[in-house]
Design a protein around this ligand. Structure first.
Ligand code: NOJ
Ligand code: CA
Length: 676
């Protein structure tokens, strides 16, 4: 790993027997954790911040499938404290350096013999911008394998407020429009769930380091009390693990405002360091593709007269990419097996054989000669039994041909993953975020890494910060992306992207696929977006691989917008939210990693607004040339006026301010070029 800068070594205090309650504080003392046991000797935790109760006493433990659970009869055996302050480097990302400053409390619980006599440790980490804990089940007599029927981990939110969330356990996975409700109107939700308490405190409940375990949904038990519920498994217990093991971290980002929530690196800090070492073989990039035509229905993935992935079209798209400096060309539908009913079945897919009209060797040779990479594609139809059998061969083939990134896909209803069974030849249906599918994604990422290939799953499991450990896991979908706009007028709605920024995007990079400059999907279905918003998306929704999703010939009809898309980086030295409110609008300032330039921009909801942006973040003493792309007068997503855009070039210095009007469904993008 590059440049690990150790500012202060971890200091651990020796174990000591301790009576509950035990408290621990975040480094600045603002967040206080209390760990205790209740009258039934159930372990509990609670949290306060700046003297106010945030999480009322909430239970910890497990329901086990084969014995009395890890629920009651516990006493604290010992507690251990540590503190740490380090800085580490992201090989690519929204920022280059991340500070990890936290205080740690490890509590060892022991159950009395009448309740099973088991041992359960809970490791808590307190940061100034949040908090996390995980269970660690140590090696012990009498419990070799944990068969977890469910967790009973609770989060009892102590103050009223508003929440932004999508339902968990629904047919369409994470691809849903976010709901904004009172906290006590949440049903069962996926994480991250975002909350704004009535006193303005912002929270995001999520998890970190989801490895060999089931994804956690949060189910409202009563009032504002939520209970973890793990994605089910066809094999009985929701999770089966041999001891010793640690669960994913259960996390809460905590901030005074929206910016504090967005800028936190809590989950990344709770993941293990890079296990791949030098990953300079992955280069952040922008890409185009043979894609929007299939999504709109003009072309097909399947072979036939409308087949999109032909050698000829791929070469033409490579020519376009080379001419404009795009790093990649995505080609979907290149392989055999799409001709059947691929949705949710995928039993005919080959991941190594191309259709007769697509010459994989010829197009990859052509791409290499033009310094462009093919972006590979593996749609599985959710059939991981078929995919896993070919996985090594498929990644080896792509790796050998210089395909640096593979987009994978798991199109199937929730619970529609066809996984290898326990007996030979047997298959089982699993959830997209159950333990089996979590193991699958891990296998894909590790296999791809062997061949220096990066992955970008669609219909994925949610992101929990694993890109820190496996930096070839570069992006994923995991929310409603641009594609929905091809399928209906205003399909994603103007609030969608300014909500994603504060919800889905807190988990990690998204392959949203911006850049539909025509502002229309199939049958001229209009997007809930102005033209400037399409550029603002490159600042609002981060990914190290950013698509320009529209047809190449459409992109070329917009030379000024195309010029911005070509310039905007996909890799940043730093990122700040300089204006925004959850679900309403979001304006970022991001500093290029490769130059001294800054970029500003973002997205708005349906309410027009005028902002005063302050360029406080710029380097002192430099005069920047700002090229502004903003909503034109009278622009609105509601009518043809969505195409109205205005341009401006001005000089700005640190501390200057700029008045920006955002249209309904609008956005803006500004390139701030430092003096050369
Ligand atoms: C759904 C994905 O989101 C989309 O990008 C892809 O083109 C199709 N599945 C086919 O794999
Ligand atoms: Ca999708």
């Amino acid at each position: 790993m590059r440049n690990l800068l150790l500012l202060a070594a971890a200091v651990a205090a020796p174990a000591a027997a301790q009576e509950a309650p035990i408290t621990a504080a975040s480094p600045d003392g603002s967040i206080i954790l209390t760990v205790a046991t209740d009258n039934d000797q159930r372990p509990t935790w609670s949290l306060s911040r700046k003297g106010k109760l945030l999480i009322a006493p909430s239970k910890l433990g497990f329901i086990l499938a084969d014995r009395i659970g890890l629920q009651r009869g516990f006493a604290v055996e010992s507690a251990e404290r540590a503190k740490s302050d380090t800085r580490w480097e992201l090989p690519w990302g929204e920022r280059r350096f991340v500070r990890d400053q936290h205080n740690e409390l490890l509590v060892r619980f022991r159950q009395n013999d009448s309740w099973g006599g088991h041992r359960m440790n809970v490791r808590f980490r307190l940061f100034d911008d949040g908090f996390g804990f995980r269970y660690e089940l140590p090696e012990q007599d009498g419990l070799k394998t944990a068969k977890i029927a469910d967790e009973i981990t609770e989060f009892d939110i102590a103050a009223k407020g508003t929440a932004w969330w999508i339902p968990g356990g629904e047919w369409n996975r994470y691809e849903q429009v976010y709901q904004e409700t009172a906290i006590d109107a949440i049903a069962t939700a996926h994480t991250p769930i975002t909350m704004r308490l009535d006193d303005g405190t912002h929270l995001s409940l999520h998890e970190a380091a989801l490895v060999d375990y089931s994804g956690m949904w949060l189910k409202r038990a009563e009032g504002q009390k939520f209970r973890a519920t793990l994605a089910p498994s066809s094999r009985g217990p929701r999770v089966v693990r041999d001891l010793p093991f640690a669960t994913p971290w259960r996390t809460i980002r905590i901030a005074d405002d929206a910016a504090g929530l967005v800028e936190s690196d809590l989950e990344l800090n709770l993941n293990e360091p890079n296990k791949l070492g030098d990953v300079s073989w992955f280069k952040p990039m922008k890409y185009v593709g043979i894609w929007w035509g299939m999504i709109r229905g003009d072309w097909s993935w399947a072979e036939g007269a409308k087949h999109g992935a032909t050698t000829e079209r791929t070469k033409a798209t490579i020519d376009f990419a080379a001419k404009h400096g795009f790093g990649g060309v995505l080609v979907e539908g290149w392989n055999k097996g799409w001709n059947g009913n691929w949705f949710g079945h995928g039993d005919a897919y080959s991941f190594t054989e191309a259709t007769p009209d697509f010459d994989l060797k010829a197009v990859t040779d052509y791409a290499r000669a033009k310094r462009v990479q093919l972006v590979g594609h593996h749609e599985t139809g959710g059939n991981i039994a078929v995919y896993e059998a070919q996985l090594d061969d498929a990644m080896k083939l792509y790796g050998g041909l210089g395909v640096g990134t593979v987009k994978t896909g798991y199109v199937a209803d929730a619970g529609g993953i066809i996984a290898p069974g326990d007996a030979p030849g047997e298959t089982r249906m699993e959830w997209h975020d159950g333990q089996r599918q979590v193991q699958h994604h891990q296998k894909v990422v590790e296999t791809a890494a062997k061949y220096h290939v990066a992955v970008n799953p669609h219909e994925p499991v949610k992101d929990t910060g694993l890109r820190r450990t496996w930096p070839n896991w570069v992006a994923r979908e995991g929310a409603r992306g641009m594609e929905y706009n091809a399928w209906g007028a205003f399909a994603n709605g103007p609030e969608h992207e300014p909500t994603l920024v504060y919800t889905r995007m807190l988990s990690g990079p998204m392959d949203f696929t911006p850049g539909v400059l025509s502002l229309e999907g199939a049958n001229k279905a209009p997007l809930a977006s102005t033209l400037a918003k399409q550029l603002g998306l490159y600042l609002a929704i981060y990914s190290p691989i950013q698509m320009a999703a529209d047809f190449p010939e459409t992109l070329e009809k917009f030379p000024r917008e195309l010029a911005f898309i070509k310039q905007v980086p996909a890799d940043w030295a730093d990122s700040k939210l300089i204006a925004g409110a959850v679900g309403d609008y979001a304006i970022f300032a991001r500093k290029d990693r490769a130059s001294a330039d800054w970029y500003v921009g973002g997205v708005n909801d349906a309410t027009p607004r005028t902002l005063t942006l302050r360029f406080d973040f710029l380097d002192a003493g430099k005069t920047y040339t700002a090229t502004v792309y903003k909503d034109g007068e009278g622009a609105t997503y509601l009518t043809e006026a969505r195409h109205r855009i205005a341009y401006e070039t001005i000089k700005v210095k640190k501390g200057d301010s700029y008045t920006l009007w955002l249209a309904p469904g609008g956005g803006a993008a500004i390139r701030l070029a430092a003096p050369r």
